[in-house]
Design a protein around this ligand. Structure first.
Ligand code: XMP
Length: 515
């Protein structure tokens, strides 16, 4: 998509680089993240309005520390350096970066010094609580720079050269723990770089509809609807662009929650008049899962079977040339890692391999958006809250919440228990406060008593977690009355269950799903 103005973030590998992009976009300015190893000519070709240099784990003195290409300093662009971004600026110019023995991590009291547009009008700028995470610090400012702020332990906690419009802070304005961080970033965008706040989801909807209709022309597009917000928003947007030439396929794999199929499809057909084909592939999936207990094998079988079914259905639509996917921006950012690849804990979450196998051209309407922006687009498109705030549901569905073999009988037990958990979360107003809440069926039976009789039946575990991005999670501290109601209802209403337990583990070391 063509953007009138964009701010480019040069990523030096910080854990929170994505937050910088999100904060800048929240201020109404489009921003993109590019790795610090990018070719400066390619960055220049993007015609940025300003550059932000992110933090990163290295010390500028380390062998192999990522350098700052000097070109960036010669284009006359406004620059904001954050943490490592500040140090690499000082190091590349003629300042000095001093090594420290200890890392300073956490909150610090910051005092803005002198007048600078960065802290202009920032309330309480003489005493801001800011978030720091650094070892080294700038010992000597480069020529032309003056000090913009200090803390109790840092003489130069912020610096600027107003003539060249280069500003830098040692703290992280992008994180929520920094007071007035949004205001400080906004000052850089609007007072230093002269950006205009024209990135809105309404403008995104208008321009993406135009772009997609230009891209697809008179062609036909096929899209796999999962019921999640990403594929649903992608479908509604595309439908606006090309109408009935969008063919949505919803595969019922037999591993869905109770009522899910009707809820997803009914709503899309009724309110958006989407062309949706529901494929009943329940038997096909369940037959292939017969006797399978290993979680990774389950995931693989479900993944391959989905591709087979989808491919077959797509081929049945005459003349389809395009495949639409709900890929989001975090999936396309090239990540900068100085620590090597991380281990595979669970095989890839999303259906891989579809485009290669199907030989279709890709349409990815949400490729530029963060998840919170997708939600805003959904509001813009008039989608209802229950779709917008739907909790994530894994592609392999209930199969990875039934430990051991997946059978019709076990699916039925889990569906009923899960429906109670969903219902109680909504009824108590906790549904949107937690990241995910669901039931898991354990592969064991325990003894209980019902009336005068001994029972020997299944155990359900409740997994309810808080999280921001599913990378880490903690078990939700739900009021005990709600847990009690869930437990009572499951034991009383779900035949075959006589015990409910609560999962109180965090991620890491546990994961959210049990398989
Ligand atoms: P874990 O269990 O890895 O889950 O802590 C993190 C998040 O990802 C979801 N999840 C999946 N989503 N296909 C998906 O589409 C999968 O195979 C899958 N496995 C886990 C999980 O629900 C949680 O939100």
């Amino acid at each position: 998509m063509q953007h009138e103005e964009k701010v480019i973030i040069i990523d030096f590998g910080s854990q929170v680089t994505q937050l910088i992009a999100r904060r800048i976009r929240e201020a109404g300015v489009y921003s993109e993240i590019h790795p610090c190893t990018s070719d400066p000519a390619a960055i220049k070709a993007l015609n940025p309005k300003a550059l932000v240099l992110s933090g990163g784990p290295s010390s500028v003195h380390d062998v192999g520390a990522p350098p700052l290409p000097k070109e960036y300093l010669t284009w006359g662009l406004p620059i904001l350096g954050i943490c490592y971004g500040m140090q690499i600026l000082a190091h590349t110019l003629d300042g000095e970066v001093t090594r420290s023995q200890d890392r300073e991590y956490g909150r610090a009291e910051f005092e803005a010094v002198g007048a600078s547009p960065l802290f202009d009008g920032v309330p309480g700028k003489e005493n801001l609580t800011v978030w720091m995470s650094h070892g080294d610090h700038v010992g000597k400012l480069p020529t032309g720079f003056s000090r913009m702020g200090k803390t109790g332990s840092l003489e130069n906690a912020a610096m600027c050269d107003p003539v060249r419009k280069i500003y830098a802070v040692q703290f992280h304005p992008e994180v929520a723990h920094t007071d007035q961080g949004e205001r400080i970033l906004a000052n850089f965008l609007f007072k230093v770089a002269g950006c205009r706040p024209n990135w809105t989801m309404a403008s995104f909807v208008d321009s993406s509809i135009k772009i997609m209709s230009d891209q697809v022309g008179e062609g036909k597009v096929v899209l796999g609807l999962s019921g999640g917000i990403d594929s649903t928003v992608a479908a509604v947007l595309l439908h606006r662009a090309i109408g009935k030439r969008l063919y949505c396929i919803f595969v019922d794999n037999g591993l869905l929650r109770m009522g899910e199929r009707e809820e997803v499809i009914g709503f899309l057909e009724e309110h958006f008049e989407l062309n949706v084909k529901c494929v009943d592939a329940r038997r096909e999936f369940l037959d292939k899962l017969k006797g399978v207990e290993d979680p990774e094998q389950k995931r693989k079988i479900i993944g391959y079977t989905f591709i087979e079914v989808f491919d077959r259905e797509a081929k049945a639509i005459e003349g389809v040339e395009y495949l639409a996917q709900g890929t989001l921006y975090p999936d396309v950012i090239e990540s900068v890692s100085f620590k090597g690849p991380s281990a595979v804990i669970k095989s890839h979450h999303n259906v891989g391999g579809l485009p290669e196998k199907m030989n279709l051209k890709l349409v990815e309407p949400l490729r530029e958006l963060f998840k919170d922006e997708v939600r805003k687009v959904a509001y813009e498109l008039g989608m209802p809250e229950n779709i917008i705030w739907r909790q994530p549901f894994p592609g392999p569905g209930l199969a990875i919440r039934i430990l051991g073999e997946v059978t019709d009988a076990r699916l039925e037990i889990l569906r009923q228990a899960d429906r109670i958990v969903q219902h109680e979360l909504v009824a108590s107003d906790w549904y949107r406060k937690v990241w995910q809440g669901f039931a898991v069926l354990l592969p064991l039976k325990t003894v209980g008593v019902m009336g005068d009789d001994r029972t020997y039946e299944h155990v359900i575990a409740l997994r309810i977690v808080d999280s921001l991005d599913a990378m880490t999670a903690d078990w939700s501290r739900l009021p005990t009355e709600i847990l009690a109601r869930m437990s009572n209802r499951i034991i009383n209403e779900v035949k075959g269950v006589n015990r409910v337990v609560l999962d109180i583990s965090s991620k890491p070391p546990s994961t959210i799903e049990w398989e």
